[in-house]
Design a protein around this ligand. Structure first.
Ligand code: SF4
Ligand code: SF4
Length: 383
């Protein structure tokens, strides 16, 4: 067993981590969805401790509770204790033990097996990865950026549109770039947070091996999940700079490589967990939006470090363990966006994009709230 087994008793279930800074709402997505204490941070840690002490047996329900944490780090932001930075690592370590014991949920097992066999969580053929991108340039040594598209950008129709918008903006701004096409592998961020460390290492080695072979110096990712894992977990496998696509777009705007026309609309922005709480990038996407003439940016009550996760983390953009209810995080969040009066909910993550598109339909808001990625918005106004 990992060292978390000697630490988790330090959480005394005070419950502060369940709330945002103003205590107005519940902030742990899995607790908001299920409203049982075992689905909150403290309850989950105590249940885990009971499992470690062999006071409870493994059950499908126990595994569901452990894997329904979306690793959003909201609890880390709000726990008052010194150990707070370790909370998510404890949960990830426990999942690693659960997986090693073979006591895993079938949906998690399928998710991981598909990535192992096919390089994507849906089990789609590897050859389909770049079908959307036949006309998009392939990376060649000397290009400034390797554009790492990721699984959602490659296989999901909505994600593909996002990827295409970003590629078109790079073209328009005359930035040299290329993609890996069908040679791209899953980035492994979800594999890591689900606790499958052997598969994660294999993916990290394959991706960084490819980057080395092509002498890649700069990688730009569509997804904050890929950005996070490459920035924080890949360095031991290889050295290259990593950028999120919003960082590259902001630089393009600041260098006046795009001319922007007016768009008179109110927009609210959702902070993705792996960009915001994990990597402290809150202002870059907002600066892009503020640079579009006519846009009025309105904030949801929960923003920046208090931002409420869409529920898609830890592979839940596929498994959706928190789905199926009005209290599903994505549905709670689109209602918050709608309440601001904004017409557009802007996102900077392909997983948030797909989660919110579905939630808007489930809430019957398709004619009132439009979910758009920042590169799509920018493409609309760039000349
Ligand atoms: S994780 Fe921190 S804030 Fe949450 S219940 Fe435990 S001690 Fe309290
Ligand atoms: S990381 Fe997010 S989902 Fe997991 S326990 Fe903390 S607040 Fe809840």
């Amino acid at each position: 067993m990992s060292s978390y087994t000697k630490q988790i008793h330090r959480c005394f279930r005070c419950g502060y981590c369940k709330f945002p800074s103003d205590y107005a709402e519940y902030n742990c997505p899995s607790f908001s969805r299920f409203r049982f204490e075992t689905y909150s941070t403290g309850g989950r840690l105590w249940l885990l401790w009971a499992w470690v002490k062999k006071e409870v047996e493994w059950s499908e329900n126990l595994a569901k509770i452990m894997f329904s944490c979306v690793t959003c780090k909201n609890c880390v932001e709000h726990c008052p204790m010194k150990f707070k930075d370790d909370i998510v690592d404890w949960i990830v370590s426990a999942r690693k033990d659960i997986i090693e014991k073979g006591a895993v949920l079938s949906s998690v097992r399928d998710f991981l097996n598909n990535i192992h066999k096919y390089g994507n969580p849906w089990g789609e053929a590897r050859g389909k990865r770049a079908v959307w991108a036949e006309d998009v340039k392939r990376y060649k040594p000397g290009d400034e950026f390797l554009f790492y598209v990721g699984c959602v950008g490659s296989y999901d129709e909505r994600g593909q549109r996002m990827a295409r918008s970003f590629a078109e903006l790079l073209e328009k701004a005359d930035v040299s770039y290329g993609i890996l096409g069908s040679e791209e592998e899953c980035d492994g961020n979800e594999v890591y947070v689900l606790g499958e460390m052997g598969l994660f290492q294999e993916l990290a080695r394959k991706n960084t091996g490819k980057f080395k072979e092509l002498n890649v110096k700069k990688v730009v990712t569509l997804s904050p999940h890929a950005y996070n894992v490459m920035k924080n977990k890949y360095p031991r496998y290889g050295t290259f700079e990593v950028f999120h696509y919003t960082e590259v777009l902001l630089k393009i705007i600041q260098e006046a490589k795009l001319k922007l026309s007016e768009l008179n609309v109110e927009v609210t922005y959702h902070d993705p967990c792996f960009l915001g709480r994990y990597n402290n990038i809150y202002e870059v996407p907002r600066k892009i939006l503020k640079n579009i003439p006519g846009i009025k940016l309105v904030e949801m009550d929960r923003n920046r470090e208090n931002s409420f996760c869409c529920g898609g983390g830890s592979g839940n953009f596929v498994m959706d363990l928190l789905g199926g209810s009005e209290e599903s995080p994505s549905r709670i969040r689109v209602k918050e966006a709608y309440e601001t009066g904004a017409e557009i909910l802007a996102v900077a993550c392909p997983s948030c994009l797909t989660m919110f598109e579905d939630a808007v339909k489930n809430e019957g808001l398709e004619k009132e709230l439009f979910v758009k990625d920042i590169s799509e918005l920018l493409k609309e106004v760039s000349k």
